[in-house]
Design a protein around this ligand. Structure first.
Ligand code: GTP
Ligand code: SPV
Ligand code: MN
Length: 587
């Protein structure tokens, strides 16, 4: 037990409710990890993988009905419904505490409660924040150990303060009928019950760093965003940083760890990863926007990760990694679709059923994931734990759009950039339960993660723009345009560097652009195509950079419909929308 009274009192109160057989206080030591790993193996909750091939790695399968975030069961519990806004599910705090309290009552009987202190952000940073997660899942403890700075380090940071996020989690019986993820921003609290899947139960991640985080950020004048952070080092050794918001499973991890194409490597360009999912951003003393990655590991999408698409991610997972819902081979190795190696002749699929390549089913779940320590990434930035973070030159918004959105365009200014972010749309993915592949509006990739009224969130972004003396430039990108056969026409992955280079040239005032109805766009000759000329010929690049008047008109209608739900939409957004409509009318 630690000595912080506020923590101890709250833990005692939660233990009275959930009635565990005993409480284990987590210290974050290696000895503790090994002991809990063995316990999880003994109970069958997890398995060791082949320790020669994958030292320190473990395997886990979730319940079949529990493989992704559940947005329809996720609630923002503010006293007033309007404060949760039109895009969040809302439950009153009284109702939520009542309903979930009844489920938590005795939920840990016969089980151990693990009390996990954790820190979001580097230990040496004054911007970091502490959470305590109480859980009855060893899988959660072992994941939190990778994803956060866990244990004594967090309690040392907290000292005798009572400023911590109170997280309570129980697997209960993993029944979706009894599954709720509730956030109480007014109480700094999160209650999650009935799930064992990452985004629903690793409370430091989406629940704290984004939903509670965004609420705190608005009050305190900063930004909590669903963004990767990467650094691009130029041949002179100067590094510029970019933050990018793409919806779940739309390429953040891949972009954050990208390897530049050969022409750029030969010139001496390098890419460094600061974070792959979340950015906390503040205005620095120098008037720029500075970003910190609050996390300590990557909870990345496994399928599609190969030595070709993302070698840095694959290499990060070679040790001390937890694999969830991938396929398991007879020699204790793992496999997934798109790993770039031949499918094993036989394996157990993510459900635990015998699988062969002839099965006609996916061996790994499309949302199967790896949990890997960020420090193991071959291209981890030397600045990734910098207490002040890194200064951001450009912000990218982007989604998965087969049509409409061009490869890249730049907003006219901050206010227009906020509009560009607010009007993001993307095809849904397997990261959340529900239909996959339908376009939905997903402002700033925060639709599922904004912990308050999204109209107020736009207003906060607009207000931040007025306060940042030297703001980043804002861009929109789309790697996912397809041709009539449904094939991607842009090669993506490392080749995205070519777009990043244009973005940074724009930030440095080194290159001109075409002014269009939607923003500044590259002159086709300004996207470097050395090495991919065959794949991306002149016609394709012109197609990638084209604006189709009719589909944009439909796009604007769809945006208007979405904004129709908002009663707190800032005037600036409407003005921007009118401006876009007017400009489109002129082409
Ligand atoms: P979350 O962890 O859910 O927030 O996702 P993420 O945004 O980090 O997505 P990630 O980088 O894991 O990419 C998800 C999927 O998109 C994978 O299947 C990738 O192979 C695919 N992907 C990523 N980048 C590109 C790209 O540039 N082009 C194409 N075509 N696919 C991509
Ligand atoms: C996402 O869904 O955006 C993720 C994975 O990054 S989860 O932690 O499940 O939210
Ligand atoms: Mn994410």
């Amino acid at each position: 037990m630690y000595t912080n009274k506020a923590v101890n009192n709250w833990v005692a109160e939660m233990a009275e409710l959930t009635k565990p057989d005993n409480i284990v206080w987590i210290d974050g030591s290696e000895e503790e990890r090994a002991r809990l790993a063995q316990e999880a193996v003994d109970t069958g909750e997890m398995q060791y993988l082949n320790q020669e091939l994958l030292p320190g790695c473990m395997y886990h399968r979730t319940a079949e009905n529990d493989v992704a975030r559940v947005e329809h069961l996720t609630f923002i519990c503010t006293s007033k419904r309007e404060d949760a806004g039109p895009t969040n599910n809302w439950m009153s705090p009284d109702e939520a505490y009542g309903k979930l309290g009844a489920l938590f009552d005795g939920s840990m009987k016969g089980r151990t409660m693990y009390a996990i202190p954790y820190l979001m952000g580097p230990a040496a940073s004054e911007f970091s924040k502490v959470g305590i997660e109480l859980t009855d899942s060893i899988y959660v403890v072992l994941n939190m150990r990778i994803m956060t700075r866990m244990g004594k380090v967090a309690m040392d940071y907290l000292g005798d303060s009572d400023d911590f996020v109170k997280g309570l989690h129980s697997k209960l019986d993993l029944n979706p009928e009894r599954r709720y993820i509730c956030h109480f921003p007014e109480d700094n609290a999160i209650w999650s019950i009935g799930s064992g899947y990452g985004g629903n139960v690793l409370l430091g991640k989406k629940c704290f760093s984004l939903r509670i985080g965004s609420y705190l950020a608005r009050q305190q004048g900063w930004l909590a965003e669903h963004m990767l952070i990467l650094g691009v080092e130029d041949p002179e050794g100067k590094t510029s940083y970019i933050a990018a918001a793409f919806p779940s499973a739309c390429g953040k991890t891949n972009l954050a760890m990208m390897i530049p194409p050969e022409y750029a490597r030969e010139k001496g360009y390098k890419v460094w990863t600061v974070g792959d999912d979340i950015a906390w951003m503040r205005i620095g003393e120098d008037g720029r926007l500075w970003a910190v990655n609050p996390e300590y590991g990557f909870f990345g999408v496994a399928p599609g990760t190969s030595m070709k698409s993302n070698p840095n991610a694959l290499l990060t997972t070679k040790k001390n990694t937890i694999f969830t819902n991938v396929a398991l081979t007879p020699d204790g190795n793992i496999w997934w679709e798109g790993m770039g190696t031949d499918a094993p002749a036989e394996a157990l699929d993510w459900r635990g059923n015998p699988w062969t390549p002839a099965s006609g089913e996916k061996a790994a779940h499309p949302n199967s994931r790896f949990t890997a320590p960020a420090g193991q990434c071959p291209c981890i930035s030397p600045e990734w734990e910098s207490p002040q973070g890194v200064p951001i030159s450009a912000i990218l918004f982007g989604g998965r759009r087969a049509k409409v959105a061009p490869l890249v365009y730049q907003s006219f200014d901050w206010e227009h950039g906020v509009f560009v972010g607010a009007t993001m749309g993307s095809e849904t993915t397997a990261a959340a339960t529900g239909q996959v592949g339908v376009v939905r509006r997903d402002p700033m990739a925060m639709l599922p993660f904004c912990g308050y009224n999204m109209g107020d969130y736009f207003a906060h972004w607009l207000a931040m723009g007025k306060k940042i003396p030297n703001p980043p430039k804002i861009f929109n990108v789309n790697w996912f345009r397809t041709n009539d056969e449904g094939k991607f026409i842009w090669p993506g992955f490392g080749e995205n560097f070519r777009v990043i280079k244009w973005v940074l040239d724009r930030c440095a005032g080194k290159t001109d652009a075409n002014e269009t109805a939607i923003g500044y766009m590259p002159k086709p000759e300004d996207i470097e195509l050395t090495g991919i000329e065959d794949e991306v010929n002149g016609d394709i690049i012109r197609d990638l950079l084209s604006i189709d008047k009719d589909s944009w008109a439909a796009e604007v209608e769809n945006q208007m419909e979405f904004f129709g739900k908002f009663d707190r939409l800032p005037d600036e957004i409407r003005t921007q929308q009118a401006g876009l409509k007017e400009r489109l009318g002129r082409i």
